[in-house]
Design a protein around this ligand. Structure first.
Ligand code: DON
Length: 313
């Protein structure tokens, strides 16, 4: 079957799926999104994009922005970043605070909220928040080769109004000296990063540099090969919070989820995949998005763990 045929089958199955999970409500403007939505887009290494369903409808990328923020921060701080944030799976919820006290304010990894708040603090160095967030949006536009990508200000404001948990995380880390800037400045920047809106096509396009070992699809390098590999390793081990092991088991592809219901998944040297379905499972990951990735991996044989089968296709 062709890749387009596989995607269409998945779209048809997901459109009819009875159990769609629950749309996130703790950020009020996310609660308004229609749970019936499902979209998928796949860029392959030859530059083709295959897509289906609601692949051109914008959604809030939320924690998927942590991949782009980390890419930016590694460019700024290099390996010194790892003195302020770990790289171990947390085994806890995305917004958990429990490990921070035992570990002296150093978050387990850059993909939990606490870790991404530290990464945002790194990206703020030498900039007012408006410029730091502008730099991140510019990076995402450059990666996707799409100047229309922007922040949904309503979502940013909505999260700003309800972000008490993130405020607690930031102030707690500030008390340990892990944050260098005022928590409010860091959080304002973090909320805006989470509120970047993209379609599945745009998100899959933005992920191509990770499929290409750090190279920009238009030529040149975005990040070094070793950094691309490390970001992918973290996506595999930490990209779905407490469900990262389950996703590695079921899908076997590095992937990062967001509470907007999106997932970015990368098959190195093969494909950059974006799926979106707003209903979440108990771990805060897209219920049908995870299932769709499982179906795609089954149907294509794409996985980190069977390169032989990949080259047969
Ligand atoms: O900070 C938050 O809670 C949200 N802006 C992002 C959380 C998120 O996407 C977690 N993902 N599953």
């Amino acid at each position: 079957m062709t890749l387009q045929g596989i995607i269409q089958d998945i779209v048809d199955e997901m459109r009819a799926a009875p159990d769609r999970g629950k749309v996130a409500t703790y950020i009020p403007s996310l609660a308004k999104v229609d749970p019936a939505r499902f979209g998928m887009a796949v860029y392959t290494v030859d530059g083709e994009c295959h897509a289906g369903g609601d692949d051109e409808v914008g959604f809030s990328i939320q924690s998927i922005s942590k991949v782009f923020s980390l890419t930016l921060a590694l460019g700024k701080a290099g390996d010194q970043l790892w003195e302020r944030v770990g790289r171990e799976p947390s085994g806890t919820a995305f917004n958990s605070i429990v490990q921070l006290e035992a570990e002296r304010g150093i978050p387990r990894n850059p993909f939990i909220n606490a870790g991404a708040i530290v990464v945002t603090d790194v990206n703020l160095a030498g900039h007012p928040p408006r410029e730091a967030i502008g730099e991140l949006v510019q990076l995402v536009r450059y990666l996707a080769e799409d100047e229309s990508i922007a922040i949904n200000e309503e979502v940013a404001r909505s999260e700003e109004r309800t972000g008490e948990r993130n405020r607690a995380l930031a102030h707690f880390m500030k008390s340990y000296g892990v944050l260098r800037h005022a928590p409010d400045l860091v959080l304002g920047t973090y909320f805006h990063a989470c509120a970047i809106e993209m379609t599945c096509r745009q998100l899959a396009a933005a992920g191509r540099y990770l499929m290409l070992d750090g190279r920009h699809p238009g030529g040149g390098r975005t990040i070094s090969s070793i950094r691309a590999r490390r970001i992918l390793s973290l996506m595999l081990t930490c990209g779905h919070y407490d469900a990262s092991g389950d996703i590695a088991f079921r899908v076997g592809i590095p992937a990062k989820s967001g509470v907007g219901g999106g997932i970015l998944a990368i098959v190195p040297g093969r494909a950059s995949i974006a799926v979106w379905s707003p209903g979440l499972n108990a771990n805060g990951n897209s219920q049908l998005g995870s299932l769709a990735l499982e179906r795609l991996a089954e149907a294509t044989g794409w996985s980190l763990f069977n390169p032989g089968r990949l080259s047969d296709r």
